[in-house]
Design a protein around this ligand. Structure first.
Ligand code: 8OZ
Length: 361
C-alpha cells in the first residue's frame, strides 16, 4: 500500500515524500520582492516533498493584492535565489506558482493606475487588499485577442526568471477565479472570437500559456492548478458544465506531458462538495491525465493517508497545516500534536505568525 511518506518521481523531479506545501499568499514581500523572512519561512518547511510557493505575479499588471512577490525582475530573481538555495541546502524541492490575477485587482496596485485586464469588461464581485485596506476590485478592461501573444510572452519570461532563480519548476495558476480561469468559464468569459464561446475556444489561452512555459522550463518541471468548483467567495459563478469544460482542458493538456495536476476539490478553503454544486467525476478527469495527481482542500492526516493508500491521488497538498507546522511531515509521521493556526496573522505583518511557529523539540 502506498504511503504519504513514500518517495515519488513526478516528471523530472524526485520527491522524498508525497506531502506538498500548498501555495499560500502571505503578503509580506514588501515592494513585490522576497526578503530574509521569506527565505527563513520556506527553509523551515523544506521537509515537504515539494514546496509550491505563494502565487507570484508574472508582471506588474498581474498583481492583485498588496505585497505579493513577483518573478519578473532581476531583484526578484536574486531574492528568490536565496530562497531556493536555502530550501535545496535543507534537502527540499521548490517550484514557484506563476500568477496573473486578471480582474481581481485594484487600480492603486497597478502601473500608472491602469485598469486590471481580463477576458471581460465585467467587474468581479470581489474585494482585494490594498494599501488603503480592503476595497472592491476595479472594473477591468477586456484584453484584445492581439494582446494575448504578449501576455503569453510574459508567462514565458516569468518561467525563464524562475529557472534563473534556481527553482525546480513552476506551477501555472489556473484556479481561484484569476486570469486564466476568467478565460475558461462561461460565467465570466463573454468574448466572441477565438478565445470565447465554445469550450475549445475558452481552454485555448491556458493551453497556449502552458505550452510556452513548458517550452521554457520543460514539461517535466511544469505543473498546473485548477479549481473546477470554486466560486472563491462569490468572485465568479461556476461554469455551466464543469465536467465537460475541465474534461476538455485536461484532454488538451494530456499530450504535453506535465509533471503534475494540482486539483482543488470543491470550494477553495471550504467544502469539498459544496452544497448545490455538481458532483464531479474526478476519477474520470484523473484517468485522462498521464502525470501525477495532486489533491488539495482541507485534507487532514487520516484523509491524506487514505487518499494515497487507495490510489485516489499521488500527492496531497496541505495549506493551513503547513503555515502553523513547519515540520508538518515529521508531525504527520509521528502522529504528533499540531500547532494551532493564528488566523489573524495570515496576510501581511512580520515574523509573528509567519516564521515563529515552533518545530517539535
Ligand atoms: C488568499 C488571498 C489572496 C490570494 C489563491 C492566490 O487563492 C490566492 C490567494 C488566496 O489562489
Amino acid at each position: 500500500m502506498t504511503s504519504l511518506f513514500d518517495p515519488i518521481r513526478i516528471g523530472d523531479l524526485s520527491l522524498s515524500n508525497r506531502i506538498v506545501m500548498a501555495p499560500l499568499t502571505r503578503n509580506r514581500a514588501t515592494g513585490g520582492v522576497p526578503n530574509a523572512m521569506t527565505t527563513e519561512y520556506y527553509r523551515q518547511r523544506a521537509s515537504a516533498g515539494l514546496i509550491i510557493t505563494e502565487g507570484s505575479q508574472i508582471s506588474p499588471m498581474a498583481m492583485g493584492y498588496l505585497d505579493t512577490p513577483g518573478i519578473y525582475s532581476p531583484a526578484q530573481v536574486a531574492a528568490w535565489r536565496e530562497v531556493t538555495e536555502a530550501v535545496h541546502a535543507a534537502g527540499g524541492r521548490i517550484v514557484i506558482q506563476l500568477w496573473h490575477v486578471g480582474r481581481i485587482s485594484h487600480t492603486s496596485l497597478l502601473p500608472d493606475g491602469a485598469a486590471p485586464v481580463s477576458s471581460t469588461n465585467q467587474r468581479a464581485n470581489a474585494h482585494t487588499f490594498t494599501a488603503a485596506g480592503f476595497l472592491p476590485v476595479s472594473e477591468p478592461r477586456a484584453l484584445h485577442d492581439d494582446e494575448l501573444p504578449d501576455l503569453i510572452e510574459q508567462y514565458r519570461h516569468a518561467a525563464r526568471c524562475a529557472m534563473q532563480a534556481g527553482f525546480d519548476g513552476v506551477e501555472v495558476h489556473a484556479a481561484n477565479t484569476y486570469l486564466l480561469e476568467q478565460f475558461l468559464r462561461d460565467s465570466v468569459n463573454d468574448r466572441t472570437g477565438s478565445y470565447g464561446g465554445s469550450i475549445a475556444n475558452r481552454v485555448r489561452l491556458i493551453v497556449e500559456v502552458v505550452r510556452a512555459v513548458c517550452d521554457e522550463v520543460g514539461a517535466g518541471r511544469t505543473g498546473i492548478r485548477l479549481s473546477p468548483l470554486t466560486t472563491f467567495g462569490g468572485s465568479a459563478a461556476l461554469d455551466s458544465d464543469p465536467q465537460a469544460l475541465y474534461g476538455c482542458l485536461i484532454d488538451a493538456l494530456a499530450p504535453l506531458g506535465l509533471a503534475y495536476m494540482h486539483l482543488i476539490e470543491g470550494e477553495t478553503g471550504g467544502a469539498r462538495q459544496p452544497e448545490g454544486a455538481p458532483v464531479l467525476d474526478y476519477a474520470a478527469l484523473r484517468q485522462a491525465f498521464p502525470g501525477a495527481w495532486m489533491i488539495n482542500n482541507g485534507y487532514d492526516r487520516d484523509e491524506g493517508f487514505e487518499a494515497v493508500a487507495c490510489g485516489k491521488a499521488d500527492l496531497v497538498a496541505y495549506g493551513r497545516l503547513f503555515i502553523s507546522n513547519p515540520d508538518l511531515v515529521r508531525r504527520l509521521r509521528e502522529d504528533a500534536a499540531l500547532n494551532a493556526l493564528q488566523a489573524d496573522k495570515l496576510y501581511g505583518g512580520g515574523a509573528e505568525g509567519y516564521i515563529d511557529y515552533p518545530a517539535l523539540a
